[in-house]
Design a protein around this ligand. Structure first.
Ligand code: SER
Length: 884
């Protein structure tokens, strides 16, 4: 009996537990300690700081089953999914790790024992091949002399293009970080006997599949050209669970292992296809696993960053669902299936099942319309392609107008072997950018293209004013030695009380001054580790190496602080009222108001909003002392401090607590006691994208002013309505009823009026030869009513030319209607052209109907009269021509 995938996962953990390893849970797919990574892509990620010696190890040997995602950066498998047997976006990586404990020999021996011993995986030894880094003679010797692998089955792999460490057998996590030579174990799926390493290197029919990678972490890559040795030597191994399952279950494709087959069968059941091997089934099976785990790690679909990767994966899965005839929303229904197949690894999913389903469903509903429309247009455009190249304009149009993602267009085109004109796409995108830049031309842009490799010490937690040394001055992004009167620029100091905008908190304003020189700081921004004071010099001059006093505007800062502390209270209250699934997704704290974006897919009711306000105000009235302490990250976690998931924290973090009600990691500035906030009022609630809500609120003086404004609005309304404030609702209801009745009456009167006009018009019909001509100028009539009059007249008389004009203030609108038969002689469009030509108006239309308008001119009645003569002449001409 083959082992199940769930057994294999457990065996791996048990084996290494027996060898003295501690089992550590998988870390989140969102690396908490690394901004260089979009998603966790290897088991070693959570130990990066230990490898680098930046953090103490808790245990010398650990073993993990790590959830990984490879959809971007150095390791990106998204495009291969479904088309190859071995690639996934989401997969589980089995890994054992040694931190400055055992090294090459034991790591290799353990791997060999697990793979080949009868007690464990029992793989025949002759099915395994080894690769080593060419210069790593020690590893070669271990395999050959100790493990006794014949020389012809150990392949040495060197550097590519003579570039040091650029090799399949030198593993690197990304463009920077821990790295080192590695040795890989391959499984031979072939049945014929081969002995030569040349055959291995040719690797025909993908006969050899890498199953385990053992990395000897010895270096840290600092940059593309710089690599340094690490003090500690460590082991990082990684074996894809799905690959080893395929080996142990005697199948070639990962998609044929037990867990995938079960999932694929459930997708197949809701499709209309007959082929269980269809690529789309594999794509969906792969993608749904990614989706549920990403959402479980608190990332929700959005248009940027990780949320966008998730959105792409969901949309790709939906497109493949569409391809295999699944008509209904289906992805969210697969969540229980994923939970079922994933065994112990599904624990995190079980906790969040409802949330995951809810988010997937919302995204499916939102996208299905776009998908259907977009695919229709795309398919018809593909049919029209010339030379099998889809125009870049179309790709951009689909994206810009319909929100149909470019990567989906690429996907469809790849399948149909259609190329995309990327140059045309770029041109279309640039043009659009230019158009929108024109719209935004008043946007004030402080250029961030300033890089300073220096540090500015922030003293603003304790001081509002400091003395500082001027280190750099920039004007128009150019480094200069001084700034003079009336010049705008950015000044960098060695130390400052000014808070540079970060974590949502707006930068401070204030002044830098010395003797007669004064620079007004209008904004403060961070430039890596230093701080730019942005503003204008209003007197004297400031030079590099001058000492200046730098002083923030205390009132401005204080208002910001009230809003920042209130934001923490709001965050806690939201979790209180709406549940712990509320996570911060964005925040803006200004002196005037606060804005808070958070994950929440349900509708928030008025009573919930009031409850949130109520809770925040209770905490304000408690006048809690706001405690700020610097703690070890681990200690802060123990306190259950709320942290941003996708934020990198150093090992010491700043914790802001308001009793136990709110504990958050935060670098911002806060008021002393909650009572300082005075009063908190939510002023708006909206939804900014699927599953993300936004609340805006005001505090202190601004909250009072907001209520005063509301009060005076109410007072004005009651004055206008001539009633008491307490009767406003009743009064408005009365007015609405009255208005409805009046509207009814007006409609009746309009009907009568229309009848009257029609009667009058019919009496004024003129005959121009055999054509009936009718023209009239209305004053202050409604244009829409003109149309109904024309429609009515059309039914009553035939062979007509009708011209109706409506004059309101100094403008006129005009309607020309010509009976179908008459259009053989004269077209409505032509009449309109004559009129607008003579009135400098604008208009156009077709043979039977034309509309136009312009500035009123007293010539209009005469023009209409002249039209009659023109018609007469035209008719004559046409008749004569016909006779000839
Ligand atoms: N870090 C290596 C890899 O991902 C081994 O775990 O392949």
């Amino acid at each position: 009996m083959n082992k199940t995938t769930n057994q294999i996962r457990q065996d791996f953990l048990n084996f290494f537990k027996e060898k003295g390893h501690i089992i550590i849970p998988s870390s989140s797919l969102v690396p908490y300690n690394d901004t260089t990574l979009l998603f966790t892509n290897a088991g070693m990620n959570q130990f990066k700081e230990i490898f680098l010696g930046e953090k103490q190890r808790d245990y010398p040997r650990v073993v993990t089953v790590q959830r990984c995602l490879r959809t971007g950066g150095k390791h990106n498998d998204l495009e291969n999914v479904g088309y190859t047997s071995k690639h996934h976006t989401f997969f589980e990586m089995l890994g054992n790790f040694s931190f400055n404990d055992y090294f090459k020999k034991e790591a290799i021996e353990y791997a060999w024992e697990l793979l080949t011993s009868k007690k464990w995986f029992n793989i025949p030894k002759n099915k395994l091949w080894i690769s080593v880094y060419e210069n790593d003679t020690e590893t070669y010797r271990i395999w050959h002399n100790i493990i006794k692998i014949p020389a012809e089955r150990i392949i040495k792999i060197g550097d590519k293009n003579n570039s040091q460490y650029d090799s399949e057998n030198f593993w690197q996590m990304g463009d920077s970080g821990p790295c080192g030579p590695c040795t890989e174990i391959f499984y031979d799926y072939g049945s014929t006997d081969i002995k030569s390493s040349i055959d291995f290197l040719k690797n025909e029919n993908n006969r050899f599949v890498e199953i385990w990678n053992i990395v000897f972490i010895e270096f840290n890559r600092i940059s593309q050209t710089k690599i340094i040795s690490l003090k500690n030597k460590s082991i990082d191994t990684g074996m894809g669970l799905e690959r080893i399952s395929a080996v142990l279950q005697n199948v070639y494709s990962n998609y044929d292992i037990d867990i995938f087959q079960e999932l694929i069968k459930s997708i197949f059941a809701s499709s209309t296809i007959k082929n269980l091997n269809h690529i789309s089934l594999k794509v969906i099976a792969d993608h749904i696993r990614s989706c549920v785990y990403i959402i479980a790690d608190n990332i929700f679909p959005s248009n940027e960053h990780r949320g966008y990767v998730l959105r792409r994966i969901i949309r790709r899965a939906l497109r493949h669902g569409h391809k295999i005839g699944i008509k209904e929303n289906f992805l969210y229904k697969l969540v229980p299936n994923v939970i079922k197949i994933m065994g112990k690894s599904a624990d995190i999913l079980k906790l969040k099942k409802d949330k995951i389903e809810e988010i997937l469903k919302a995204e499916e509903i939102q996208f299905s319309n776009t998908l259907n429309k977009g695919l229709k247009i795309l398919n018809s455009e593909i049919q029209k392609t010339y030379n099998n190249v889809l125009s870049g304009k179309t790709v951009f149009y689909l994206y810009d107008t319909f929100g149909f993602p470019v990567d989906l267009t690429e996907d469809v085109c790849r399948e149909k072997k259609i190329k995309i004109d990327y140059t045309g796409y770029k041109v279309a995108k640039e043009e659009q950018k230019k158009r929108s830049n024109l719209k935004n031309k008043f946007y004030k842009n402080y250029n961030n293209n300033i890089f300073i490799n220096d540090e500015c010490i922030f003293q603003g937690y304790k001081k509002n004013k400091t003395k500082a040394l001027v280190k750099y001055i920039f004007i128009n992004n150019q480094f200069v030695s001084k700034i003079s009167k009336n010049e705008n620029g950015i000044i960098f100091l060695n130390t400052t009380p000014f808070y540079g905008e970060s974590g949502g908190q707006k930068g401070d304003i204030g002044k830098l001054y010395y003797k007669k020189s004064c620079f007004i700081v209008e904004d403060t921004k961070k430039y890596k580790k230093t701080t730019g004071h942005i503003g204008k010099l209003i007197s004297g001059e400031i030079k590099i190496n001058d000492y200046v006093f730098s002083e923030i505007d205390e009132n401005y800062r204080h208002s910001i602080e009230l809003n920042h502390s209130a934001t923490h209270l709001l965050h806690a209250a939201l979790r209180n009222v709406l549940g712990n699934n509320v996570y911060q997704k964005g925040s803006l704290v200004t002196n005037a108001y606060l804005r808070f974006d958070f994950s929440c897919s349900k509708f928030i009711t008025m009573s919930e909003i009031q409850k949130i306000e109520h809770i925040v105000n209770i905490q304000i009235r408690k006048n809690i002392l706001i405690k700020i302490e610097n703690l070890d990250l681990e200690k802060a976690k123990l306190k259950n401090a709320i942290a941003l998931f996708d934020h990198q924290y150093s090992s010491i973090v700043r914790v802001v607590s308001m009793n136990n009600f709110s504990i958050e990691l935060c670098g911002g500035t806060h008021t002393k006691r909650t009572g300082d906030i005075g009063f908190f009022k939510i002023i708006s609630q909206s939804s900014i994208s699927s599953g993300i809500k936004r609340i805006e609120a005001v505090t202190g003086e601004n909250a009072i002013n907001y209520l005063h404004k509301k009060d005076s609005d109410i007072q004005n309304i009651s004055f206008i309505l001539n009633c008491n404030q307490s009767n406003i609702k009743e009064k408005i209801n009365q007015i609405l009823i009255k208005t409805k009745n009046l509207e009814k009456k007006i409609k009746q009167l309009q009907k009568q009026e229309k009848k009257y006009y029609i009667k009058q018009l019919l009496e004024n019909i003129k005959n121009i030869q055999e054509i009936k001509f009718l023209s009239h100028i209305f004053y202050n009539y409604e244009h829409i009513l003109l149309k109904t009059i024309v429609d009515e007249l059309k039914t009553q008389i035939d062979n007509t030319i009708i011209i109706l004009v409506n004059v309101i203030d100094n403008r006129f609108t005009i309607l020309v209607q010509v009976s179908k038969k008459v259009t053989n002689w004269i077209a409505a469009k032509k009449i309109m052209e004559i009129i607008i030509d003579q009135t400098n108006g604008k208009g156009g239309g077709k043979k039977e109907m034309a509309e136009g308008g312009g500035v009123y001119t007293i010539k209009l009645p005469i023009i209409l009269k002249n039209i009659q003569s023109w018609i007469n002449i035209e008719l004559e001409k046409k008749k004569n021509n016909k006779c000839i």
